[in-house]
Design a protein around this ligand. Structure first.
Ligand code: CP
Length: 361
């Protein structure tokens, strides 16, 4: 571990607290430019036309990428752009899928994977660090342990004379909006032959209190007709009230239970999550694995023939590895969907989406 030469400098930005404390709906316009999404901070930024457009774009990109000629075409689209991956909270999938999404579109990529390897060790503030990235690159993708970090980054850069779009790759236990994009894209593909996500009943299982993926995915449900959610968790990890209140306001039916087995035959998708003990004050004190909330091989006979089993991964013991070979186990496909939908998002952010679509006209 590199020695910290000084505590990180704390900077007060006039107007930030006032902005941060506004309702999300009031803030969203700040993250748009010329009628398009510029920064991706919240799942609430995505509406149905956008989700449908992005899914279609991801399908086109993966189709083009199958051939040498198509791949070459894709790589020319953003060969003049550079991206920064600032991932100071551990990540495998989000980091690699964004990195490879950049490669697919020809972007050059720089990375910082821990504050111990940046000048933050010398006491530089996170805000100055981010402004430095914007001096060199055209896109910043961040993963950070603090809730609100990506939003502050976008806000600070939007006040500067050299803003770069910011994509939130996970900010504390708060939100993971691009994971929600890939989850929706996966669900729509899994249900392709049975009418898509509209009208489906989805169980979310595990640590719903601290799982940012289930929070972001819940927000996106407002875009789909007749969806119903079932939250399955131990008492101490129940979904937080802000999400439940949101669902009530949107008139999205939901119920909560701790009886996982009883709801299995009733759902179209099961979204498993692990216990997020990295947010406990003492992670080692949370060694309990909650086996009643694990999906085991014998459960395969309890679920629908079309039921999709998802997990944002990484998993621990939530899904028995014997489940992996069942065609309903969608989590490895889901992981790959992340790369294609993130490539689609980057193409959209830089406005080269039409060029991709035109290949199929
Ligand atoms: N799903 C997800 O965010 O995985 P990583 O933490 O590996 O990026």
């Amino acid at each position: 571990m590199t020695e910290m030469y000084a505590e990180q400098t704390k900077q007060q930005f006039e107007g930030w607290e006032e902005f941060y404390n506004q309702s999300v709906d009031d803030k969203l316009e700040m993250f748009n430019r010329k009628g398009r999404i510029f920064d991706v901070i919240y799942a609430q930024q995505f509406n149905r036309p956008f989700l449908d457009q992005l899914g279609r774009l991801a399908d086109f990109i993966r189709q083009l990428a199958k051939t040498k000629m198509g791949s070459q075409k894709l790589r020319t689209l953003l060969a003049h752009k550079r991206a920064m991956l600032y991932f100071v909270q551990p990540s495998t999938r989000t980091f690699l899928s964004f990195q490879n999404a950049c490669y697919i579109l020809g972007l050059n990529v720089s990375e910082i994977r821990g504050t111990s390897t940046s000048s933050e060790v010398k006491g530089e503030s996170p805000e100055d660090t981010i402004r430095t990235f914007a001096s060199y690159v055209d896109l910043i993708i961040s993963r950070h342990p603090e809730a609100g970090f990506a939003e502050k980054t976008a806000w600070v850069l939007n006040q500067s004379d050299h803003p770069a779009p910011v994509l939130n790759g996970g900010s504390g236990p708060d939100q993971h909006p691009t994971q929600a994009l890939l989850d929706i894209y996966t669900l729509e593909r899994e249900f392709h032959n049975i009418g898509g996500l509209d009208g489906k009943r989805i169980a979310m299982v595990g640590d719903l209190k601290r799982g940012r993926t289930v929070r972001s995915l819940s927000y996106l449900m407002k875009n789909y007709r007749d969806v119903e959610l079932i939250f399955v968790s131990p008492e101490e990890f129940r979904m937080r009230n802000d999400i439940l209140d949101f669902l009530r306001r949107q008139e999205i039916p939901f119920k909560e239970t701790d009886d996982f087995e009883s709801i299995m035959p009733a759902v179209d998708a099961i979204y498993m999550t692990r216990i997020q003990n990295e947010y406990a004050s003492d992670p080692k004190s949370e060694a309990e694995t909650f086996p009643d909330f694990h999906f085991k091989a014998e459960h395969l006979q309890r679920i629908h023939a079309h039921c999709a089993i998802l997990h944002p991964l990484p998993r621990r013991y939530e899904i028995d590895i014997a489940v992996d070979s069942d065609p309903r186990a969608a989590y490895w496909r889901q992981e790959r969907c992340g790369m294609w939908i993130r490539a689609a998002l980057i193409a959209y952010i830089f406005g080269v989406d039409d060029e991709i679509v035109s290949e199929f006209d």
